[in-house]
Ligand binder design. Sequence first.
Ligand code: SF4
Length: 551
Amino acid sequence: MNWNIKKEIISLREKEKGFKLTKKGGDISILLIYPNKYSVSLNNLGYIGIYEIFNRCKGVICERAYIPEDWKKRKDFRVYSIESFKSPSEFDVLAFSVSFELDFLNVIYILKNENIPLFSYERDDSYPLIVGGGIALSANPESLADVFDILFIGEGEELVREFSDFLILKKEKGLTKREFFELLKDIEGIYIPSIDQKLPIKRRIYLNFENDPMVSPIISENAVFSNMALCELVRGCRYQCRFCLAGYFYRPYRSSSMEIINKKLRNFYDFMPRIGIIVPAVDPSLNLKDFVNNSDNEELVFSFSSLRLEDINQDLLDLIKRSGQKTVTIAPEAGTDRLRRVLNKGFTNEDILNFVDKLKGYGVQTLKLYFMLGLPTESGEDIEGIYSLIKEIRSLNPKLEITASFSTFIPKPHTPFQWESMKDKDYIVEKQRFLLKKLREIKKVKIEMEDYFWSFWQGVFSRGDRNLNTLWREVYENKEISVKILNKILRNNKDLLLGYLKEKGRSDKLSWDVIDTGVKRDYLWRERERAYEGKLTMACSKNCKVCGVCI
Ligand code: SF4
């Protein structure tokens, strides 16, 4: 192992506070790999929380690995466990936690650099078991189905414990990989693509979330949220944004309490860390004031991934001020009220302007706005609408820094828009150029445009199937992941890849039909029809049974 890499790992580990791995040895060794950077891995509760759960399981020792911060510069990066500097091949199990589809490429690359054969059927029992989970793999495992031995579909808290028990049994009885698969195949949420299993696989839902929310067991100054413990106050989202995978995948909406979060934090720290509360959208039924009053922490910081403007109230504005947030993020997604209704976002441009007006006096210096291009039913008027909206915000508050961030709409599996097409490069680039030109006329607007190239691959990976195996093979055979290689793959497989992004019919087979999220297909189709009619759908509420998840 290169001394520089070792030094880097030691320095990262020294700055970690909270949960410490004290087990020295276990019957089963698991390397939990985050195929992205260390700074991001620490703030991914689905990863770091699972690390802690694995290590609470008897007979199992779990270590972590991530890809180097400057991996693009390192042509043949290797990953190592940060606890013992061991390489992946020395472990019994390699468990990948994958939240972003583009990280599929890193999974392939890690296997290649370890000389681990790419596909499950090429690996005999002498290789580590390759398992995977996380929303990107759970929503559509088919793109990488032949690479993984076992996939965890849905929420991992209980799955991980059950899996650990079976691993011990495997070792005790000396079971082969095939015999082990037979043991696991009836567990809800376990998908073993290489065997005959009853399909679709039911997504696993953690029903005890209320009493056991995820909390960062480790904090570090090297995390994206520096020295802050993130806490998942709610799981799922009540609002039904029709493009949002997380909103559909993590149903039903569940909430926990500050009291329970405080208790969990005390398990990990001998001091009360700065904490960041994660709520995907502000829900009026959550009494945020109460959460603040019940916190043991003076420096409670709320981090809202998306503010629903129809729910902004005085309490929320006070929280923003109290948290000292200098940047506030909202996601209008579209420039007109009409298109926002298509997405099931009921707030209007007027609501946005009212909110910006109210922000004066709350210490906010930067407003970050998220938009998507290429949305279903989008027209030139909607694109013009983005420009007009930002112009009006600027006139209302000339001092505010504005960051306008644009991504490309990807029709994600398990959402009402799963049947939609993804717009092609020419369409998106034309809209991007128009907006770049117009928005440069407005002072102090920073523009962030997602490169269509990466949106395209994200679309392909999230909607792909096992025919992508030829592509993985090409990636695996190459020395590095580069734009040049991906372009070559695109040229050689154009029909296949573009086919994934085409519109689908109501009864067409979809690659992610192997997964049953609990949301009825008819419900999703009805929601798509309502989108075209511009009809809004109410947020989740008690006694509702409409989509099929709550019974
Ligand atoms: S059944 Fe109703 S409340 Fe439950 S997740 Fe579906 S829409 Fe929401």
